[in-house]
Design a protein around this ligand. Structure first.
Ligand code: NAG
Ligand code: NAG
Ligand code: NAG
Ligand code: NAG
Ligand code: NAG
Ligand code: NAG
Ligand code: NAG
Ligand code: NAG
Length: 341
């Protein structure tokens, strides 16, 4: 075990930065967004033939269950219950007015066959895959144009089994850009809470072109040294609130982005009004990063009560040539960086 030394010289308190007007940031909790707590309809994934043995591929069961639940979207929505078990699956799509509920000891396991993660178009604000030209693999849990979508439960787990992707990245045998674990595109009223996310192939939670996103009480763990495995990446999104999370990854814990190069500039959607409360984590990279892809601009970032262990920098602002349009009103308070020796 490493020993924590709480000596003043390794205990840095950074109270940082304001670029435009300084306003006192006192609210310490995410305002609850308008989210349905109770869904009138609920089914279990087992009713659709899923087998939780860690071997049987359940992609069809997830797709069929969600297709069935779509008929309840205009009746208050529905809940897909995932009981204890190891549920191997390829990528599947969420729908509006859905709660994906993972019970204690439920583990959704990402398939280790890349064909189970189909290739989709690049995002318009990136113009190409982040790692290779052309398309990119779709995230394990994917959603586009949604409203009122919840991923929660009793601390169940979504495990991307990313090591196969990290090796392909390292030995340069990827055909397309690696997938994220959870990606929501152009969606609103999103809640991700009370769950654990492990071993993402690439970024872990990626809300892009989204509004009104809350991430609460989640644990994200990806091994040190795994490539580009950020925790949460709000990207060209607004009104994002992240609180009470523990994140330990191979790259940045939270990275705020807004597209890449001329694509990000012409798409022109900034990330704004991003709040982070009570984040604890470990990384050899940055605790909270802004950029490097921020061609659409970043503003109104508030972070407080941040405890980062072992990081290269608690806060890092990264730009790449030609990418910075603007960045304003960044406030960070009560940020503690601790080093294990
Ligand atoms: C985003 O989703 C909304 C609602 O589904 C849709 O009307 C809109 O066209 C979508 N925008 C883009 C850029 O896809
Ligand atoms: C999202 O909405 C846009 C605009 O309406 C549409 O072009 C696109 O096909 C939709 N995407 C999905 C996956 O529904
Ligand atoms: C966080 O999640 C755990 C496990 O799901 C739960 O026991 C605890 O009550 C949650 N805490 C909050 C503040 O929601
Ligand atoms: C949730 O489960 C993860 C992994 O099993 C564990 O590390 C974490 O402490 C649990 N979180 C809560 C809030 O119980
Ligand atoms: C690269 O890594 C993948 C995943 O581990 C492996 O299947 C493949 O054989 C490796 N290829 C080379 C050329 O090393
Ligand atoms: C998290 O779980 C706790 C304990 O079950 C519950 O009180 C809380 O409302 C949940 N929070 C969210 C945001 O789902
Ligand atoms: C986001 O939430 C605010 C405040 O509740 C609401 O006024 C706004 O319409 C929501 N935005 C979207 C795109 O749903
Ligand atoms: C900023 O986002 C929060 C949700 O995190 C929301 O409650 C608040 O209304 C937003 N502020 C503005 C000015 O839109």
């Amino acid at each position: 075990m490493k020993k924590f030394l709480s000596l003043p010289d390794v205990f840095l308190v950074l109270a940082l930065i304001c670029c435009s007007s300084w306003t006192v940031w006192s609210s310490s909790s995410c305002k609850q967004i308008n989210i349905k707590e109770v869904r009138p309809h609920s089914v279990s994934i087992t009713e659709f033939g899923a087998v939780g043995d860690g071997i049987t591929l359940n992609t069809k069961a997830f797709q069929n269950a969600i297709f069935y639940l779509n008929s309840y979207a205009d009746k208050g929505g529905a809940k897909l219950f995932v009981p204890a078990g190891r549920w191997l699956t390829g990528s599947f799509d969420l729908i509006s007015h859905l709660t994906l509920w993972l019970d204690k000891d439920a583990v959704i396991l990402g398939s280790t066959n890349s064909e189970d993660w189909p290739v989709v178009d690049p995002l318009p604000s990136y113009g190409r895959g982040r790692e290779l030209p052309g398309g990119r693999h779709r995230s394990l849990i994917y959603g586009c144009n949604l409203t009122d979508v919840i991923i929660t439960g009793n601390n169940g787990t979504i495990d991307g089994q990313g090591s196969i992707w990290w090796s392909k990245f390292r030995n340069k045998t990827l055909d397309h850009t690696r997938p994220h674990l959870v990606e929501l595109i152009n969606s609103t009223e999103v809640l991700i809470s009370n769950a654990t996310f492990l071993n993402s192939p690439f970024w872990t939670i990626h809300p892009v072109y989204c509004s009104n996103v809350t991430v609460q009480n989640v644990t994200i763990i990806v091994p040190f040294g795994s490539p580009n495995t950020d925790g949460i990446d709000p990207d060209s999104s607004d009104n994002v609130c992240i609180e009470d999370c523990y994140i330990s990854t191979g790259d940045d814990l939270i990275s705020i982005k807004s597209g890449w190069d001329e694509y990000g500039i012409s798409f022109g959607r900034p990330s704004t009004n991003i709040s982070i409360h009570r984040l604890t984590g470990r990384t050899t990279s940055a605790g909270i990063a802004i950029g490097s892809e921020m061609s659409g601009g970043v503003s109104e970032v508030y972070a407080e009560d941040i405890y980062i262990f072992d990081s290269k920098s608690a806060i890092r602002i990264k730009t790449s040539p030609g990418s910075l349009v603007y960045m304003e009103s960044i406030q960070m308070t009560h940020m503690t960086e601790m080093l294990y020796l």
